[in-house]
Design a protein around this ligand. Structure first.
Ligand code: NAP
Length: 272
C-alpha cells in the first residue's frame, strides 16, 4: 500500500498492480489516506498484518523513519523515506527517489551525470534526494537555487564539496537543470527564465501532471532536451518493487500503465 494525505491521486497503485499482473503475482496494492499523527498506526498495521511492503508519500516521509528497525544509507542521510520493506524479520526504510532519478537520467535521456554540472531549483524533499544522488553519481558541481536561503544551504551541503548555492544565471553554464519545485504544476508558471536555456542543456522537470509541463515545453522551444518527472516516479517504484518481490520490475509495463492513467485523467478532466 501507499500511505499519504492526500493520496487519492497517487499513481502507485496503477503502476504496482500492473507490474504484479505482468509477472503473474497474486498481489494487490492500494492507497490508504493516513492523517498526520496516524503514521505509527499505519506502520504497526504493516507489522501486524505482515504486509509485504509500503510506499510512503507526503506528509509522512520523515515520520516513518523513526518507526522502523533499520535505515538505508539514503534514509540516514536524508532523514526521509519513501519505501518500507522486510529484510528477514527486520523492517527497513529506504529512499528510492534519488536512485530513481539517476536511473531515469540513464534510461530516458541517455545522460551520465558523472563529471557534469547541475542546477537544481528547489530545496525540499525531492530536491534533497536528487542532490544527494547526483553527488553520489559523481556530478562535478551541483548548484542549488531556492526561494528560502536557509533550506538551500542544507540542500547544497548534501553534495559536499560539489554543492553550492547559486542563482538562475547559473543555468547558462550547466549541463543539466532540474525543477524540483512545484512551480508549473497546475499553472503556466516557470521556475526560471527559459531564455537562459539552449541546445546542449538537459532539463528535467520533476512534475509529471501535466505531462507536457510549461518548463518542458519552453525548454524544447529553446532547443534543449527536456523530460518530465514520470521516469523518476517509475524508477523509484521499480526499486521498491524489487525490494518487495525480489523480482526484476517490468519497467515498460509500469511506464505504460502510468502514461495510460495520466491520459485517462486528462480526458476525464482536461487541463485548461
Ligand atoms: P517540498 O518538500 O514542499 O519542497 C518544495 C520546494 O519548492 C521548496 O524548496 C520550496 O521553496 C520550493 N517552492 C515551492 N513553491 C515555490 C514557488 N512558488 N516559487 C519558488 N519556489 C517554490 O516538495 P517536494 O516533495 O520536494 O516536491 C517538489 C516537486 O517535486 C513537486 O512538484 C512534486 O510533485 C515533485 N516530485 C516528483 C517526484 C517524481 O517522482 N517525479 C517525486 C517527488 C516530488 P522554499 O524552501 O522556499 O519553501
Amino acid at each position: 500500500m501507499v500511505i499519504g494525505r492526500p493520496v487519492e491521486h497517487s499513481l502507485s497503485p496503477v503502476i504496482h498492480n500492473a507490474a504484479f499482473e505482468a509477472l503473474g503475482l497474486d498481489w494487490g496494492f492500494f492507497a490508504l489516506s493516513v492523517p498526520p499523527g496516524g503514521v505509527a498506526d499505519a506502520v504497526a498495521a504493516m507489522r501486524n498484518l505482515a504486509l509485504a511492503g509500503m510506499s510512503v508519500t507526503m506528509p509522512h516521509k520523515d515520520a516513518v523513519v523513526d518507526l522502523v528497525d533499520a535505515r538505508s544509507p539514503a534514509v540516514a542521510l536524508l532523514g526521509a523515506a519513501n519505501c518500507l520493506w522486510w529484510r528477514g524479520a527486520e523492517l527497513v526504510a529506504d529512499n528510492t527517489d534519488g536512485i530513481g532519478f539517476v536511473d531515469a537520467l540513464h534510461h530516458d535521456a541517455g545522460f551520465e551525470p558523472r563529471g557534469r554540472r547541475a542546477v537544481v531549483f528547489g530545496a525540499g524533499g525531492a530536491a534533497r534526494a536528487v542532490i544527494a544522488a547526483l553527488a553520489s553519481a559523481g556530478a562535478a558541481e551541483i548548484v542549488v537555487v531556492n526561494r528560502t536561503r536557509a533550506r538551500a544551504e542544507v540542500a547544497a551541503s548534501l553534495a559536499g564539496p560539489s554543492g553550492r548555492i547559486g542563482t538562475a544565471e547559473d543555468v547558462v553554464d550547466a549541463d543539466m537543470v532540474v525543477n524540483a519545485s512545484p512551480v508549473g504544476m497546475g499553472d503556466e508558471a516557470l521556475p526560471f527564465d527559459p531564455s537562459l536555456l539552449g541546445r546542449g542543456h538537459l532539463v528535467i522537470d520533476l512534475i509529471y501532471e501535466p505531462m507536457a509541463t510549461p518548463l518542458v515545453l519552453a525548454a524544447r522551444e529553446r532547443g534543449a532536451v527536456a523530460i518530465n518527472g514520470l521516469g523518476m516516479l517509475i524508477h523509484q517504484a521499480a526499486h521498491a518493487f524489487r525490494h518487495w518481490t525480489g523480482e526484476d520490475p517490468p519497467i515498460e509495463v509500469m511506464s505504460a500503465s502510468a502514461t495510460a492513467e495520466l491520459a485517462r485523467r486528462r480526458t476525464v478532466s482536461p487541463q485548461p
